[in-house]
Design a protein around this ligand. Structure first.
Ligand code: IMP
Ligand code: MG
Length: 194
């Protein structure tokens, strides 16, 4: 049994939104969608670091069972800003090294928030010569959108709350949580206090 019941919650966790079992079930469904939609031949999966690392690892292992064997690469994109708010500027900290010319790229990110990061990444893949660019995000916060983008594959839609776990962080903490939870900033020592 995988679930939040068996583990201690770090003390800023307000409530669990998706358990490890919820996530595993949704990832399986997404893998099926990607398997049905994407051609096996020239697929490149690009993970946007750092938040996507756990989601990405589960996705690619699922794709194996759907007989999809994509090439895999990562890009580290930083949307500068402090605390919980991204800024308007996206910078490439680490670029991909796979040649994506003529390929079908699927970008993988943890969460689609303002959309600036993913919008930037899509444009970047087209600029590098990708034939098609799709995107897969675990979480979508449509109410926060600024950039003109929606994802092709979405795990869960969430309200405008700050979430952590399963790769998502606050100040580089909480990424290891096997579940996704809402973070509270009311606790002493939370936002502004560290
Ligand atoms: P966007 O460019 O505003 O769409 O933001 C994308 C990035 O902001 C994501 O890849 C996350 O790293 C981060 N982010 C946005 N919302 C959250 C959240 O609720 N929790 C943790 N990180 C978030
Ligand atoms: Mg982040």
């Amino acid at each position: 049994m995988r679930g939040p019941e068996n583990v201690m919650h770090p003390h800023h966790i307000l409530r669990v939104l998706f358990t490890a079992d919820d996530i595993a079930g949704r990832v399986d469904a997404l893998v099926g969608e990607i398997g049905r939609t994407c051609a096996a031949g020239s697929l490149v999966l690009v993970g946007i670091l750092r938040g996507s690392f756990i989601f990405f690892a589960d996705l690619v292992r699922g794709l194996f069972y759907h007989h999809l064997h994509p090439r895999i690469d990562f890009t580290l994109l930083q949307s500068y800003g402090s605390g919980t708010e991204s800024s308007g500027t996206v910078e490439i900290e680490r670029d991909i090294s796979v040649d994506v010319r003529g390929t079908e790229v699927v970008l993988v990110d943890d969460i689609l928030d303002t959309g600036r990061t993913l919008h930037f990444a899509v444009e970047l893949m087209y600029a590098k010569g990708a034939r098609s660019v799709k995107s897969c995000v675990l979480l979508d916060k449509p109410s926060r959108r600024v950039a003109p983008i929606s994802a092709d594959f979405v795990g869960f839609t969430v309200e405008d709350v700050f979430v952590v776990g399963y790769g998502l962080d606050y100040d580089s903490y909480y990424r290891e949580l096997p579940y996704i939870a809402e973070l509270t900033f009311t606790h002493p020592g939370a936002a502004g206090g560290q």
